[in-house]
Design a protein around this ligand. Structure first.
Ligand SMILES: CC(=O)SCCNC(=O)CCNC(=O)[C@H](O)C(C)(C)COP(=O)(O)OP(=O)(O)OC[C@H]1O[C@@H](n2cnc3c(N)ncnc32)[C@H](O)[C@@H]1OP(=O)(O)O
Length: 213
């Protein structure tokens, strides 16, 4: 993990809490949490103050802090929109890796990539900007995971899988080697993918089939 600056977490919900846990576990200085829910303002999250909404980020110049995206996703775009809005305002995002994660040689994690506790990225894996590899997910050699994708807890990607922009791989899903999961596609929790999934597709079951088919 390379987080040389004080960090502010955006989002005080479930994903924000897990991201904060990773940062604290890695010994990173987290100075504040912001959240649009006014009911959370003035509270704390794992001991860190929730200081207000996004507008509170104006307290810090973009060059003085890093952001951590605490918005989760299961196919919605809020998380991506937040990332793009803050990048347009010149902020930078921390790349976040839990100390228990295993990162193989020549694996690369782009800005804002998040790798949770117990996850494994084998050699040659590329993880895109603002993408999540969630708790205990296993990504085998040479997989390429696009920007803003979410590989949910416990999913298994065999070697050489490509997951395109904005796609979601559900909790506990298994994707066999060399499959392509198209842009914006959704693989349901527990699905076993043995055929490529087209862009925007939603597949479910064992073996995975298009929902409603
Ligand atoms: C830390 C975290 O929590 S990260 C979050 C990780 N979570 C995930 O990855 C969840 C991914 N989401 C899913 O798997 C969802 O169930 C979805 C997106 C596939 C479907 O959600 P919805 O569109 O709301 O569908 P809905 O719940 O109405 O179900 C529609 C039908 O599909 C079935 N179905 C839904 N999900 C699944 C699934 N994962 N496997 C098998 N069948 C399913 C339902 O039983 C239902 O069947 P029925 O019509 O015969 O009653």
């Amino acid at each position: 993990m390379s987080v040389p600056l004080p960090t502010v977490v955006i989002g005080a919900g479930g994903h924000g809490k897990v991201i904060l846990e990773v940062l604290l576990e890695a010994g990173i200085e987290v100075i504040a949490v912001v959240d649009s829910d006014t009911g959370r303002h003035g509270t704390t999250l794992l001991g860190v103050p929730v200081v207000g909404g996004d507008q509170e980020l104006q307290r810090w110049r973009p060059q003085d802090i890093l952001l951590a995206n605490g918005i989760g996703s299961t196919g919605q775009r809020h998380r991506r929109h937040l990332f793009e809005r803050m990048k347009a305002a010149q902020y930078r995002f921390a790349t976040i890796i839990h100390p228990s994660a295993v990162i193989g040689r020549e694996a690369m994690i782009a800005e804002g990539g998040q790798v949770m506790a117990g996850a494994v990225l084998q050699p040659g894996v590329l993880l895109g900007r603002n993408a999540i590899v969630n708790t205990g997910a296993r990504i085998d050699h040479d997989c390429v995971i696009g920007d803003h994708c979410h590989v949910a807890p416990g999913a298994v990607l065999c070697g050489g899988v490509r997951v395109d922009l904005d796609a979601h791989v559900g909790a506990g899903a298994v994707i066999i080697q060399n499959m392509v999961i198209g842009e914006g596609a959704l693989v349901a929790a527990g699905a076993v993918v043995v055929r490529p999934v087209s862009a925007g597709g939603r597949v479910v079951g064992v073996p995975a089939k298009e929902m409603g088919s």
